[in-house]
Design a binder for this molecule. Structure first.
Ligand code: GTR
Length: 416
């Protein structure tokens, strides 16, 4: 008894121990002013200011997505009309690039509700692959490289039978399908493995002339850019599927994949709703606030996620010509949702809220209201109109509470 109580205390004390050099004191976040959005009119925003800001994000943060990658090919490899006990139809779609055969392609898993004709759809990448998202035993196990994990039974960088369903709490498929939404997902590592050299076996090397010998240049895309590209290819496929309402697609992602869903959503306007779940630094959190993870920390740990220029702002975020309220503003006038978790200090929850608050004037240009409130709301109290926001009880994760808010948000905007 005593030992286990001791262990429990030690574990929770460790979880709360601030990492050395990381600030969690609101009084020390700094007060560098945010770059000016320079707002005049909706027309000026759409014609001039938005493209300028988008280009700054390409040049300085995520890199530019090459325009001429080629036409994707879609092959429906399996269809099961009585998935999830008859609730849904499940399809697998292999997306490849015939003119770049070095890219192994991606396997999309699509669940559509059998009760609907053409369903609105949530589109998002997973950390663990389709077999981890679904608990259905006949979902093919991913054979791709994965981060080693004892907890998830990923051995020698490969999924095992015991990996099945390990991400299913983050994808409450039955709950989503019962509300009439479809879900399209794929493993992010299908597009490019998530490690510093992953690009050599992934999309970026496959589509570049120099292949794996490419030397990354300023302004070239990083892994977040490549993963975002993958989300847009899923959107391409969904436009061709009669069971999907292609005009109602919401892009969603958690954490690094939340950064990805933001970047995909601002670039690709077919995503009518953009959702960031605990995206933190390099996502919704304002980079000028020194709280939790910083530009210096993230560009050191994950240089491959961004364009090389982004590392220039390590320790000098204030020198960056953009901050994340501008990224949120790029989604305007489309609805966007930012979610935080109360224990997720690493992601700087207040910084996530403030990017929504300071993007709200962009929505005002279009006669729309953003987060509406001035202060971060109480825990578990969603706010906002065209910019939704909540901070829920609990840790860095995706929960049923999060999904309930996203579905409420989508239902509200799409019934208008
Ligand atoms: C962390 C990283 C965060 C976040 C997270 C995740 O290690 O510092 O920015 O992306 O990973 O994706 O789970």
């Amino acid at each position: 008894m005593r030992t286990s109580l001791f262990l429990l205390l030690t574990a929770s004390a460790l979880a709360q121990t601030p990492r050395p050099g990381v600030n969690y004191d609101e009084a020390k976040v700094g007060n560098d002013p945010l770059p000016d959005l320079k707002l005049t009119t909706a027309d000026d925003w759409t014609q001039k200011r938005r493209p300028e800001i988008l280009k700054l994000f390409e040049d300085q943060v995520y890199g530019k997505t090459p325009a001429d990658i080629g036409t994707p090919k879609f092959e429906v490899t399996a269809t099961k009309s009585d998935a999830l006990g008859g609730l849904a139809t499940r399809k697998f779609i292999h997306i490849s690039l015939p003119n770049h055969p070095a890219w192994p392609g991606m396997d999309v898993m699509l669940y559509t509700p059998n009760a609907a004709k053409a369903a609105p759809c949530f589109v998002g990448l997973s950390f663990g692959g389709n077999h981890a998202v679904s608990t259905e035993a006949d979902v093919p196990l991913s054979t791709r490289w994965m981060r080693e994990s004892k907890e998830k039974n990923i051995i020698d960088h490969r999924a095992t039978e015991a990996t099945r369903g390990t991400e299913s709490s983050r994808w409450p498929l039955e709950m989503i399908l019962k509300r009439g939404f479809a879900v399209a997902t794929a493993y992010y590592g299908d597009i490019e493995p998530d490690h510093a050299d992953g690009w050599k076996e992934g999309l970026r090397a496959a589509v570049s002339k120099e292949g794996a010998n490419t030397v990354r240049k300023a302004g070239e895309w990083g892994a977040i850019g490549a993963w975002s590209w993958g989300l847009s290819r899923i959107a391409d496929y969904l436009q061709t599927d009669a069971q999907i309402d292609g005009s109602h697609l919401a892009v969603i992602g958690h954490s690094r994949l939340g950064k990805t869903s933001l970047w995909a959503g601002v670039q690709d306007r077919r995503f009518g709703i953009v959702i960031s779940n605990d995206s933190g630094e390099g996502g919704a959190a304002l980079m000028r606030r020194d709280f939790g993870e910083t530009t210096a920390i993230i560009t050191k740990a994950f240089p491959h996620w961004f364009t090389p220029n982004y590392a220039d702002y390590a320790g000098k975020a204030a020198a960056c010509p953009v901050d994340m309220h501008m990224l949120i503003g790029l989604a305007a006038p489309r609805p966007i949702y930012i979610a935080s978790a109360a224990e997720d200090h690493w992601a700087d929850q207040k910084g996530e809220f403030l990017s929504g608050k300071f993007a709200s004037p962009v929505y005002a240009l279009f006669g729309k209201q953003g987060v509406i409130v001035d202060e971060q709301p109480a825990i578990d109290t969603p706010v906002g109109d065209f910019i939704g926001y909540h901070i829920r009880t609990g840790k860095h994760d995706v929960t049923d509470f999060d999904w309930t808010q996203y579905m409420n948000f989508a239902a509200r905007h799409w019934s208008k």
